[in-house]
Design a protein around this ligand. Structure first.
Ligand SMILES: NC(=O)c1ccc[n+]([C@@H]2O[C@H](COP(=O)([O-])OP(=O)(O)OC[C@H]3O[C@@H](n4cnc5c(N)ncnc54)[C@H](OP(=O)(O)O)[C@@H]3O)[C@@H](O)[C@H]2O)c1
Length: 280
């Protein structure tokens, strides 16, 4: 039995789908089990990273745990889940981190570093996954694109190796169920380095109509994000990240997806083709 945390989110949903399709017994943790009512064959358990008892119950009888959390509570969530996994006698632990975790100045990195350390020091068979930006983040442009408005570019000419969540989930599944991934840290990217205008051009090609971009310079970015409804507690994190991308900090491609899966990573175009309907 494999416990999937973050099971209702972008990566977790894909991972539950992937493992269930392979016939692997899966237990999915969520604060709201009704959100996973549509998953026959998947054991859904209520749980909250803030409630250690719920984590101990979720980890009972489990051989491996996929650890994914988000938000400012992330360091405490990760440490609580690692403690519960160790206490329950779990053998294997796979943590979803981020590509920038070694960057000392970024607060996103500070969110993930304690969890990475806890996983490495757990004494369990661990794997850390450090993905680049998810291709699926482009879904935030669905509204503007449907309305014919430009999409905002906060990262200038900075490029990123956008990774498909399906590939992240496939690598996670391999690390949870296969051999040879213990003690490994994988940096997961797609096959191409793209700017936001490059992504817009791909989407325009897939949708068959123009997709415009609008540069939002750093001095206007805060006002732009707050005006667009970004929760205030996320604004600084996003501004830091955009600045880091603009400066070329994540202009990196790796072979790790191909090494683990034995096939090349999926491109942003493939992601866009699968999600064409979201853009109208
Ligand atoms: N987006 C990117 O481009 C990107 C790139 C690299 C790395 N990452 C990392 O990926 C992670 C986010 O992954 P995602 O996009 O798949 O997540 P997501 O879609 O934002 O979903 C978040 C998940 O976390 C669960 N969760 C949140 N608080 C919880 C709590 N207190 N107790 C139990 N579960 C809780 C939620 O479950 P319920 O609400 O159902 O309880 C949900 O399943 C973050 O660690 C982020 O740093 C993201």
């Amino acid at each position: 039995m494999i416990l999937i945390t973050g099971a209702t989110g972008t990566i977790g949903r894909e991972l539950v789908r992937h493992l269930a399709a392979e016939g692997v017994p899966v237990r999915a943790l969520t604060r709201d089990p009704a959100r996973l009512a549509d998953r026959p064959g998947v054991q859904v358990v209520p749980g909250d990273f803030a409630d250690p008892g719920s984590l101990a119950r979720a980890a009972d009888g489990v051989s491996a745990v996929f650890l994914l959390s988000t938000g400012p509570g992330l360091p405490a969530h990760d440490e609580a889940m690692v403690r519960a996994a160790v206490g329950a006698g779990v053998r294997r632990l796979v943590k979803l981190s981020t590509m920038v975790t070694d960057e000392p100045a970024l607060r996103l990195a500070a969110w993930h570093r304690p969890g990475e350390a806890a996983v490495r020091e757990s004494g369990l068979d661990w794997t850390v996954l450090r993905p680049s930006t998810f291709a699926s983040n482009a879904l935030q442009w669905a509204g503007p694109i449907r309305a014919g408005r430009p999409v905002a570019n906060l990262s200038g000419t900075g490029t990123q190796g956008f990774v498909d969540p399906v590939d992240v989930a496939a690598v996670a599944a391999a690390a949870l169920t296969g051999g040879g991934h213990g003690g490994r840290t994988y940096t997961l990217t797609g096959p191409d380095l793209l700017t936001v205008p490059d992504q817009a051009a791909v989407l325009a090609g897939v949708l068959g109509r123009p997709v415009r971009t609008e540069d939002v310079p750093p001095e206007r970015a805060r006002e732009y994000l707050l005006g667009g409804g970004t929760p205030p507690e996320w604004v600084d994190l996003i501004l830091e990240g955009s600045g880091y991308v603009a400066a070329g900090g994540v202009a990196v491609l790796t072979d790790d997806v191909a090494t683990v899966l034995g096939r090349p990573p999926r491109s942003f175009r493939e992601w866009a083709e699968r999600h064409r309907s979201a853009f109208g």
